[in-house]
Design a protein around this ligand. Structure first.
Ligand code: NDP
Length: 393
């Protein structure tokens, strides 16, 4: 390896290494070994899968949050990395001295504290876990600015916007247009929502992802969370952020500029594209990913969302415009409701009802600190659990 390539080889810690984004990140690392080195891997409880990833990458450090699985992890490891355990371990591995970037791909809100620890330790952040920006976008972006670290978006839509915006200020932006596939129920009449079962909701038409985000894509809460994520990442007010349904998932999002020109980013729906760009930015590096074959793309369609039938977008707009602790309560209530739906405890449409109910009961705190956010998160979980139980009766 030349000196030049070795200096460009980014040393990355993956939080959520055993999930869908974690797997795609490992693929990227295999594809561009001259540009990426995995130095740390963390997961919640899947000891075998974590060990397999570690045995392949020879990461110097690994972390398992579930301390009861540490023995299983040690047995499955073919070498002797440094081992961290528990939530404290997750924060420690996010601050490894030799890491330059921490890729946060933990489902839900557990990634927030390690992300903040990484920022404080001066690591660039590549963020897949949109929940942490929805909950605490103001704090994350302020801390990143104060510590002079970058927050690079991994979510395909935000990565697309990031690519379109390159070098432009948010003042040049007239609209950010987030594309949404519309999910598996895009064309289903509202009257049929009653009969939706988890297996149907887990069949995403264009993306292969973890269960929580797949359900969020079916309710459109995923797009709602992404509106708030875009607001914080790009410093653009909610009223300039719009959603358009694009069933083919080829255009990953667009930016309309002040002069009326619109830039879009296109590729096949494969998370390796945005992950690689977050890691190698600002460089564009050759890889084995398939480029678009325009002769086989029969059409690219765009539709207005069915706002009344999929209330998640209006709820998220309200949460984002109100700000304070309301987005955190929306996010937490949604997490509880999605888990209850997957568990067969309630119907698909109840997810929207529960989130709305919890939001209506909440009195938002403006410009909250971390404690106020975590308090609102816990409060919303308890309220949503109560609502879900009441629905069962
Ligand atoms: P998965 O459910 O596939 O994976 C979740 C990962 O998080 C696993 O590695 C899991 O470990 C780990 N994890 C779960 N809870 C904890 C915890 N308390 N502490 C530490 N680690 C934990 O999720 P995805 O990969 O689909 O999504 C991850 C994040 O990326 C989400 O925020 C999602 O919204 C976002 N995202 C995902 C996309 C996708 O294509 N999948 C696209 C864009 C964004 P274990 O396996 O041990 O349980």
């Amino acid at each position: 390896m030349t000196t030049e390539t070795s200096t460009k080889r980014k040393r990355v810690v993956i939080l959520g290494a055993t999930g869908s984004i974690g797997e795609s990140t490992l693929k990227v690392a295999r594809d561009i070994p001259d540009r990426m080195e995995i130095v740390g891997l963390a997961a919640n409880s899947n000891a075998e899968k974590l060990a397999a990833a570690a045995n392949e990458t020879r990461a110097q450090s690994v972390c398992l949050v579930d301390e009861t699985k540490i023995d299983a992890l040690k047995r499955a490891l073919a070498y002797q990395p440094r081992i961290f355990a528990g939530e404290e371990g997750l924060r420690e591995i996010a601050c490894l001295t030799n890491a330059e970037m921490v890729l946060v791909a933990i489902v839900g809100t557990a990634g927030l504290r390690p992300a903040l620890a990484a920022i404080e330790a001066g690591k660039d952040l590549a963020v897949a876990s949109k929940e942490i920006l929805v909950m605490a976008g103001e704090i994350v972006m302020r801390e990143a600015c104060d510590n002079d670290v970058r927050v690079l978006p991994v979510d395909s839509e935000h990565n697309a916007i990031f690519q379109c915006l390159e070098g432009k200020s948010s003042w040049d932006v007239r609209r950010i247009i987030l594309t949404a596939s519309g999910g598996p129920f895009r064309e289903m009449p509202r009257t049929d929502f009653e009969s939706i079962i988890p297996e149907q909701a887990l069949k995403h038409p264009t993306w292969n992802m973890g269960p929580k985000i797949t359900i969020d894509s079916a309710t459109l809460f995923n797009k709602g969370l992404e509106m708030i994520e875009a607001h914080w990442l790009f410093g653009v007010e909610m009223k300039r952020i719009e959603v358009v349904i694009h069933p083919q998932s080829i255009v990953h999002s667009m930016v309309e500029f002040a002069d009326g020109s619109t830039l879009a980013q296109l590729s096949y729906s494969n998370m390796c594209f945005p992950i690689q760009y977050a890691v190698t930015w600002p460089d564009r590096v050759p890889n084995s990913l398939p480029p678009l074959d325009f002769s086989k793309l029969s059409r690219l369609e765009f539709f207005t969302p069915r706002y009344d039938d999929f209330p998640a977008l209006n709820l998220a707009r309200r949460a984002g415009e109100t700000g304070g602790t309301l987005p955190a309560t929306m996010n937490a209530a949604n997490e509880v409701a999605v888990a209850a739906f997957l568990d067969g405890q309630m119907r698909f449409a109840d997810i929207w009802h529960i989130v709305e109910e919890v939001m209506n009961r909440h009195t938002p705190v403006a410009h909250p600190d971390l404690d106020a956010i975590l308090h609102a998160d816990q409060w919303a979980r308890a309220e949503a659990t109560r609502c879900a139980k009441a629905l069962k009766r």
